[in-house]
Every structure is written in C-alpha cells, then in structure tokens.
Design a protein around this ligand. Structure first.
Ligand code: C2E
Ligand code: CA
Ligand code: CA
Ligand code: CA
Length: 277
C-alpha cells in the first residue's frame, strides 16, 4: 500500500509541476519577476585614455531567480523581446536606474549607456519614455547615450530617424552597439544621427598577440574617423589589445582589463578610489 501511495503522489507532483510550467510562459515569468522585484542593474565603467579617468558606465540588466541563480542576460532579453515584454521590462529598468542615480556623485557629462531594443524604438511612446527618464535625472547633467543595434535601424527608417533627431536635439546621444556584427548594409550610417560606434568585442579579440593585425578593427576605426563618429572598444581584456587600440587613437575603452560590471554603490566606491581629485 505504502509504495503505491508514494508512486501516486509522486505522479501527482510531476503532473502538477509540469502543468504549472506549461501555464507560465517566459513572458509570464518576466512579468512576475518585475512584480517581485527580481531585476536589478549593474554598471560597467568606461575608461577614457585621453583623460586617464573613468568617464562613464554602461547599464547591464541582471535577473536573480528565487533559487539564487542569475539568469543569462542574452537569453532573458531575447525572450522578453519575442514575448512582447521588452518595453515594460525596459521601463522598469529605467525606474531602477533613476532610483540608483539619485545617489550618484559624478561630474557633469558622465556617460550613461543604456541598451535599447528594436521593438522599443518602434513603440509610439519611445520618445516620451526616454524624455521622462532624462528629465528625472536632469540635475545630474549626465550624458545619456542610447545603445542601438544595427538591426533596429534597418526597419521602418523614417519614423525612427525622426525620433532620434528629436531626442538628439534634447541632448541624448546615440551609439551603434556591436558594430560590424549586424550583417547590414552601411547606408544607415548616413541616414541616422549618430555619435558613437561600439565596435564588437569579436573584432577586439582578433588582437591576440603583439604584432597581430586586426584588419576589420582597423577598417572600423578608419570608417569612424571618416564619419566623425567616436569609437568605443568593447571587451578589452589584455594589455596587448589596449596597446593596439591606443596606437590607433581609440579613446573610449570598456572591458574586463579595466572593470567588470558592478552594483551602483560599488561603482561609486570604484570612482572614488580610481578617479581621485
Ligand atoms: P552588450 O550590450 O554588448 O553588453 C556588453 C556585454 O559584454 C555584457 O554582457 C558585459 O558584461 C560583457 N563584457 C564586458 N566587458 C567584457 C570583456 O572584457 N570580456 C567579455 N568576454 N565580456 C565582456 P552581459 O551583461 O551578459 O549582457 C549581454 C547582452 O545582453 C548585452 O550585450 C546586451 O545586448 C543585452 N543586455 C544587457 N542588459 C540589457 C538591457 O538593459 N537592455 C537590453 N535591451 N539589452 C541588454
Ligand atoms: Ca551595449
Ligand atoms: Ca556590445
Ligand atoms: Ca551584445
């Protein structure tokens, strides 16, 4: 009798837990996690080789699951995109950022890079969302930079061009993220109002040892100079990579060689100790 009851209850548990899993889509899980305050933000410092100081940070979203594990950003963000949750999630993120930034002590012009998904750019309230966010932080005089992927600039061009011009006229800066990986025609570089190219870390990785050539990276650096766009090198991990970039006049550096993503309070402590004076 006992083993039978055990088997039955195990069976029941398996069935109900599967049923629960099937009922909750990834979108539901994200919605629930917003309500439960499971999302947080990290900031990865950016180093400026001209001033020899940390001059900004990129915002990176984090999700800690109830069991303590951290969800992978690439995965849950693409799930949020495909399940129609990226706009509410990004709005939630903007709220978390403004909550943090209220406690910041940073010089005027400190860069704050925010990743924006293609779908949000297309949303009718996009300009309003960014404006509202920027207005809340106006006292800090941050240099807010929206990081867009190439993919988000190929569809529905005119409308997006107009939105970006509006925001740029209000002091928001625009960067192309993961530049060179989008398999896009480069014509959008002439159509959209842009400030920065963030060269993908894959091209920085191509510099492996001293004397190595990284021809695509060189071409991107030349292109950015011709187009008068500033360049940010991402994923800089070694002194050899840093040296290569320095020699080619790249000023803005992001990568584990300098700093990993960290919490808001860790960022403030980091800036106090690394940017003295
Ligand atoms: P991304 O925008 O290209 O962000 C840079 C990623 O590279 C981050 O990964 C960062 O932790 C990592 N990274 C920085 N320096 C180095 C380095 O030196 N070496 C290596 N190997 N990696 C480095 P993370 O935080 O896992 O984010 C992955 C991607 O998820 C981001 O790529 C971005 O596409 C997306 N993402 C993260 N947060 C947000 C967000 O708030 N909104 C949106 N739409 N996307 C986000
Ligand atoms: Ca980015
Ligand atoms: Ca990137
Ligand atoms: Ca990426």
């Amino acid at each position: 009798f006992l083993p039978m009851a055990l088997i039955l209850s195990l069976l029941l548990m398996a069935v109900t837990s599967n049923w629960l899993k099937r009922r909750l889509s990834y979108g539901d899980l994200i919605r629930r996690a917003i309500a439960r305050d499971e999302f947080s933000v990290n900031y990865q410092p950016l180093f400026n080789l001209e001033t020899n100081r940390y001059s900004g940070a990129e915002v990176l979203m984090r999700w800690q699951l109830p069991d303590g594990r951290w969800a992978k950003p690439d995965r849950f963000i693409s799930a949020a995109e495909s399940e129609g949750m990226i706009v509410p999630l990004t709005r939630h993120l903007l709220m978390l950022i403004s909550r943090d930034v209220r406690h910041w002590h940073v010089p005027p012009g400190f860069h704050l890079g925010i990743n924006v998904a293609a779908e949000h750019l297309q949303h009718p309230d996009f300009v309003q969302d960014i404006r509202g966010f920027s207005a809340q932080l106006a006292a800090k005089k941050l240099n807010i930079t929206l990081e867009l992927t190439e993919r988000s600039l190929i569809s529905d061009g005119d409308d997006v061009v107009k939105k970006l011009h509006q925001l740029r006229a209000e002091g928001i800066h625009i960067a192309i993220d993961d530049f060179g990986t989008g398999h896009c025609a480069l014509s959008y570089l002439q159509t959209f109002p842009l400030d920065y190219l963030k060269v993908d870390r894959g091209f920085v990785n191509a510099i492996e040892c001293a004397g190595d050539e990284a021809p695509i990276l060189d071409a991107i650096i030349n292109l950015s100079q011709k187009l008068r766009l500033k360049i940010v090198a991402e994923g800089v991990e070694t002194p050899i990579q840093l040296d290569y970039l320095k020699k080619r006049g790249v000023i803005h550096i992001q990568g584990y060689l300098f700093a990993h993503p960290m919490t808001s309070s860790a960022l403030m402590a980091w800036l106090r100790s690394k940017n003295p004076g």
